[in-house]
Write a protein that binds this ligand. Structure first.
Ligand code: SAH
Length: 583
């Protein structure tokens, strides 16, 4: 019997239990020496006959199998990752079948998954991509014409490219030709899960240089797509924010937008980039009635970009209950008003209208006196107070407790004026269930946007470099990224594409100042001759942060420098009250 076994991506303990058992029992093992970790061969029993297929032809491999079979021995053919991907097992199995040799296959963990694990990435992020394209660039082996990389790239889906890391300039060219933006995040993962694993994050545009610099030309996967973006970028966690204690609600998808005109479509697309979701337009043949019938049962929210009356008539036949209906919101084409028409799960429509208003600078025409269920909704309060929420997965538990008539402890490092609503118990305890703070905590944390990020960076600094450094900075200084309200720098950087992309991804506005303006800021700053020579002012990040934050602000975190990037944070006073409505 011949067993084809997936060895896993590299690490010896990533083979399956079944695969390891088969290796232990094998009399003969033929392994793909170039890619299978030799540590795996330690599972083999004494006297096991080993063959490295890297130096063998198909016929030689088959000969070894046939001989073993004739001698009544058990053979394991050990392939890297999972044998079904670029494993060339079919030709071996067919030949064995012709000779009447029985075989079976034990799957393995593909390097595709080893690489995702190494990156801590999810290929299928809601609102980003729900498909993964596994392919390769044509090389010595042809790829069918209709699967040309540039055509597959047109989908803009998550992509994993095997056997292509030696041809990065061409990969880049094809991906760009297919329509990926040059700043689409990408990564090279070399020898995922091996001891000498290497990860290089870059963009589609910088793939070739990144590979060159890191010296990666083989045994690597090229991963591409928005799924590699910063997690807080795409996932506004709308789902978690509005999920509720009602368990009977159907498992709903994302936000569906319907537009009726080109302007409406553009507006919907703006909303989609900020909040995620899917845009349709009647101009492309979508019919109002059919679209509503199809989306109502599945979408989490329906957003009609047009007259409220049209939306009301469209959804009327389907409305059942606020516990199970999707949120329904109408937004006028001019982007002035976001009108929640039917509340979905626990104020989904109110919350969504507020979010839409946030994105568009519109007014949310919220008509419910407090929130629909009469209990305090932390996320809605946070939004009304201009705060962000971290740890949104805990909203459910907090809302559930309040809905059940219980109380919730809140530790706020900011004064909050007015009387706390029913169920809210203020505490100084470190065990509070909810925090209001700009520092990270284990509990649900409402983060007032009290911080201005001052940035200095070398020319050509990429968005990825800024993201990585910013994440480190926040960790090191124990600051919630969500607490940042905007970014400031010197005017020399106003066209830095990496910095601009970094700001856009977080929804931050970038304020820039001239060297003279920065020099005029009073106070003590971490001065640097190098910065002075390059920009004309001795410090950029601290001065810019303070200047942008305005009067009454103060330095919060001084210059944090490294890798050609400097960050500093200033803090502005924030006043909070217990009101649930804007204004
Ligand atoms: N069956 C294997 C793929 C074999 S093709 C699997 O499922 O993973 C060989 C290609 O796989 C290499 O060129 C490289 O692109 C990729 N590969 C295999 N092991 C890898 C690893 N540990 N890290 C990154 N890429 C790997």
């Amino acid at each position: 019997m011949v067993h084809f076994v997936g060895a896993g991506p590299g690490a010896a303990d990533l083979i399956t239990l079944r695969g390891a058992e088969l290796l232990k029992a094998a009399d003969v093992v033929i392994y793909a020496g170039s890619l299978v970790n030799p540590e795996l061969l330690q599972y083999c029993k004494d006297g096991c006959e080993l063959h490295n297929s890297a130096t063998m032809t198909l016929d030689e491999v088959l000969d070894v199998m046939r001989c073993a079979e004739a001698a009544g021995k058990t053979t394991v053919r050990l392939h890297t990752g999972d044998p079904s991907l670029y494993g060339a097992i079919r030709e071996q199995m067919d030949a064995l079948a012709e000779n009447g040799v029985a075989c079976d296959v034990t799957p393995g963990v593909s390097s595709l998954f080893g690489a995702a694990a190494a990156l801590g990435a999810e290929y299928t992020l809601p609102g980003v991509s729900q498909s993964l394209i596994v392919t390769r660039l044509a090389g010595r082996t042809d790829v069918p014409e209709r699967e040309a990389l540039r055509d597959l790239a047109k989908h803009g889906a998550s992509m994993a490219l095997f056997l292509s890391s030696a041809m990065l300039p061409r990969v880049r060219e094809e991906l760009l030709a297919g329509g990926y933006a040059a700043d689409t995040p990408a990564a090279l993962v070399y020898k995922a899960t091996w001891a000498d694993e290497k990860i290089v994050r870059c963009t589609v545009g910088t793939l070739a240089e990144a590979g060159e610099t890191a010296g990666i030309h083989k045994t690597a996967l090229v991963l591409v797509g928005g799924f590699l973006g910063a997690p807080y970028e795409k996932s506004k966690l709308y789902d978690a924010a509005f999920s509720t204690a009602f368990r009977e609600g159907p498992d709903r998808g994302g936000i569906a937008y319907l537009a009726f005109t080109e302007n409406g479509r553009a507006l919907a697309q703006r909303l989609r980039s900020a909040l995620g979701g899917e845009v349709s337009c009647t101009r492309d043949g979508a019919s109002l009635r059919e679209w509503t019938a199809a989306r109502f049962p599945t979408a989490r929210a329906l957003v009609y970009v047009g007259a409220a009356g049209i939306a009301v008539r469209a959804v009327a036949p389907y409305l059942v209950s606020k516990a199970s209906d999707p949120a329904v919101v109408a937004v006028d084409e001019g982007g002035h008003f976001a009108i929640p028409l039917a509340s979905g799960h626990l104020c989904g429509a109110n919350g969504l209208a507020l979010e839409i208003a946030d994105v568009l600078g519109a007014t949310a025409a919220v008509t419910t006196a407090t929130d629909v269920n009469g209990v305090f909704a932390v996320d809605e309060w946070a939004r009304a107070q201009g705060c962000a929420v971290a740890g949104t997965e805990r909203i459910k538990a907090v809302s559930g407790k309040l809905l059940a008539g219980g109380s919730v402890t809140v530790n706020s490092t900011f004064p909050i004026s007015g009387e706390p609503p029913e169920g809210i118990e203020l505490t100084r305890s470190g065990e509070a269930e909810v925090w209001v703070d700009i520092r990270p905590h284990a509990g649900l944390t409402v983060a007032p946007r009290a911080l201005v990020l001052g940035v200095g960076c070398r020319r050509g600094t990429t968005r990825e470099a800024l993201e990585t450094r910013f994440a480190e900075f926040c960790r090191a200084k124990r600051v919630l990224p969500e607490a940042v309200r905007g970014v400031a720098t010197i005017d020399l950087k106003e066209n830095e594409s990496g910095l601009l992309a970094f700001c856009t991804a977080h929804g931050w506005r970038l304020k820039t100042f001239s060297a003279e303006e920065l020099a005029a800021v009073e106070g003590e700053f971490s001065a640097s001759d190098f910065v002075a020579a390059a920009t004309g002012v001795d410090n950029v990040c601290e001065r810019a942060a303070l200047l942008a934050a305005g009067a009454d602000s103060e330095m919060f975190v001084r210059k944090y420098a490294g890798e050609g990037i400097t960050f500093a944070l200033s803090r502005v006073p924030v006043s909070l009250d217990w009101r649930l409505r804007n204004g």
